[in-house]
Design a protein. Sequence first.
Length: 73
Amino acid sequence: MEKKQVPAAVIVTEPFISSGKAMAIAHGLPDYSFAVIPHPIAATTVDTLENWAEDAVKEVAELLSAQKTVHRS
């Protein structure tokens, strides 16, 4: 999305940090920052998920406000 000048933020769970970094590198964005939330999701209580979501929203807002537009072909 950012290559099309649409601000975006990625959220990954902890076990997928290395995959997120690898995807960023593969797409030419080695310094791309993303939000990280704990794992697992499926076996977590709704209350805990809501807390994680609140934290993730804050982190995503920070990522989006700090972004510079990416111009790549």
